[in-house]
Design a protein around this ligand. Structure first.
Ligand SMILES: [Zn+2]
Ligand SMILES: [Zn+2]
Length: 370
């Protein structure tokens, strides 16, 4: 697969879809794989783009298109930055699309770091906003704690490792999930969804992304040894699907700019691709002003209709200003007329492995009165 031969059919109005993974650690920090391992896993999992985000370090000279067998993968290099003077480092910020190490800006209030990332042309996303501690494993709570911030692009709504940590009250649970990866993911934390809605209600435009925080950690229990969640598993699971205004060309500078522009606009959704591919999901608005996309403001003038398209029948929920408007049990295509301004977003749940699991989380459309 060439990166610019998207498997989704060309869809000029609704965007060219790219599967992108925004949160991965390698041996440059506390991950256990190399960037080549990441590339091979990304190619096998069918990702178009993957971003390495090591802790407080940004390796030089890796970003670009890389050939892996028949595949080409767009490798991007950002950084996950935190203030090392804080105990165990709260406030992890994903600095995506930066061109140099910015970890020196992390000391003090995180607003300084957010401003620095934005001033350097990067995108600032709050990593794992809520992240529980696992005391017996020596894993701390890495939640974001300072919310008197602005100017950031969004939050990592769904982080695979945060969810895994929450599900392992004992080491035996860890082993169970290491052999049953598909049992881990159920959806973003309810508290993280509420937090997102509260931020949106403050009038902020906050884009949701989904990632794994993959580390390819080695795990050992007695004679059993294995990699705890290899990169490839993660890349087949929770991803960020970005909708580009034109197809990828295979030209690094062009494609990089295209991808970050769409992500900065919030033209993306979070998809859990393991139970079924989420590719093809679309959420948009139509009205007198034309067509409006996820992430964008749109005027509520005359008749305005929300459109939802889901790749296969699933439970679809429409949310307005943090409150459920309506749920549909087996929806595939929906058209919903709306009359009230506010923030609209969509959650989709799929029945898989014995329970309802979060499958797709749209970014909002922002309807404003005229
Ligand atoms: Zn982190
Ligand atoms: Zn991380």
């Amino acid at each position: 697969m060439q990166p610019y031969e998207l498997s989704s059919p060309p869809d000029p109005m609704l965007g060219y879809e790219v599967r992108y993974h925004p949160h991965v650690h390698t041996r440059f920090s506390d991950g256990h794989g190399t960037y080549r391992d990441v590339l091979h896993a990304a190619a096998r999992a069918g990702l178009h783009a993957v971003e390495i985000t090591d802790h407080n370090v940004r390796p030089e000279g890796l970003a670009g298109y890389h050939s892996v067998g028949q595949h080409r993968v767009l490798l991007l290099v950002g950084e996950e930055i935190h203030d090392r003077t804080l105990l165990k480092g709260k406030n992890h910020l994903l600095a995506l699309g930066i061109r140099q190490d910015l970890s020196s800006l992390a000391e003090g209030h995180p607003q300084r770091l957010i401003n620095g990332v934005v001033d350097h042309g990067g995108l600032a996303f709050i990593a794992h906003p809520i992240d529980v501690a696992v005391p017996y494993a020596g894993e701390g709570d890495f939640s974001w704690r300072d919310w008197d911030i602005r100017g950031f692009h969004g939050i990592e709504l769904w982080n695979a490792m945060s969810e895994f940590k929450m599900r392992i009250p004992t080491p035996v649970h860890a082993l169970f999930y290491a052999f049953a990866f598909h049992r881990v993911a159920r959806g973003p934390f309810v508290d993280t969804l509420r937090l997102w809605d509260r931020l949106l209600q403050r009038g902020l435009r906050v884009t949701a992304i989904g990632g794994s925080d993959a580390h390819a950690l080695p795990a050992r229990l007695g004679p059993l040894r294995r990699t705890l969640f290899p990169y490839e598993w993660h890349f087949r699971a929770i991803n960020t699907h970005i909708l580009l205004s034109e197809p990828l060309r295979g030209d690094f500078d062009h494609d990089r700019a295209l991808l970050y522009r769409a992500l900065a606009q919030g033209r993306a959704f979070v998809g859990y691709d393991l139970p079924a591919a989420t590719e093809g999901f679309r959420f948009w608005v139509e009205g007198r002003a034309g067509v409006g996309h996820m992430g964008a403001p749109f005027p509520l003038k005359g008749e305005v209709t929300l459109h939802i398209r889901v790749p296969r029948p699933a439970r679809v929920t429409l949310i307005h200003d943090g409150t459920v408007v309506q749920s549909w049990q087996k929806a595939r295509r929906l058209q919903v007329p709306v009359h009230r301004p506010g923030v609209y977003r969509v959650e989709v749940y799929l029945w898989a492995w014995g329970r309802w699991r979060g499958w797709i989380f749209s970014n909002p459309v922002y309807l404003h009165p005229t």
